[in-house]
Design a protein around this ligand. Structure first.
Ligand code: 4NP
Length: 149
């Protein structure tokens, strides 16, 4: 079983989409996918309505997800930890206890050489078109990540 964790700041906009999209593309017997946030403002909440809507429009149900914070033991429980942006990446790396932990952490968009963006943009203060952009960016990159697993 390969265990993959998607991480953003609040765990309500970007990483729930990455979680749902990856999960929808992988066989659940061989892969476990989860998501978390580096901040704890939204613990226990469902994803943002706009993330739920763009996922639903693509046939992906993320409504049962609940936000949680990234914790140090996630380094033990996951094989790959993908950060949605460089700020999340540095926050996770600060918690790494050793080289083995640090090696698990990747910047999500490093898998996508067709894009110049390094960061999945935070759509929280945007509108539905920002969430649609984020959905497409994550969806395209998820296929490239799966090829490299
Ligand atoms: P996310 O977006 O990191 O993609 O879940 C955000 C959600 C909430 C906040 C910031 C980003 N916030 O400041 O509450």
């Amino acid at each position: 079983m390969t265990r993959i964790l998607m991480v953003c700041l609040g765990n309500i906009c970007r990483s729930p989409l990455a979680h749902g999209i990856l999960e929808s593309k992988l066989n659940s017997l061989d892969y476990f996918v989860d998501s978390a946030g580096t901040a704890s403002y939204h613990i226990g909440k469902k994803p943002d309505k706009r993330s739920m809507e763009v996922a639903f429009n693509a046939g992906i149900d993320i409504t049962t997800q609940q936000a949680r914070a990234f914790i140090t033991s996630d380094f033990d429980d996951f094989d790959y930890i993908f950060a949605m942006d460089e700020s999340n990446y540095h926050d996770i790396m600060r918690l790494a206890r050793n080289q083995e932990d640090a090696k698990k952490v990747k910047l999500f968009l490093d898998a996508n050489k067709t894009r110049f963006d390094k960061n999945v943009p935070d759509p929280y203060y945007g509108d539905i078109s920002d969430f649609e952009y984020v959905f497409d960016l994550i969806n395209e990159t998820a296929d490239l990540i799966i090829r490299g697993l």
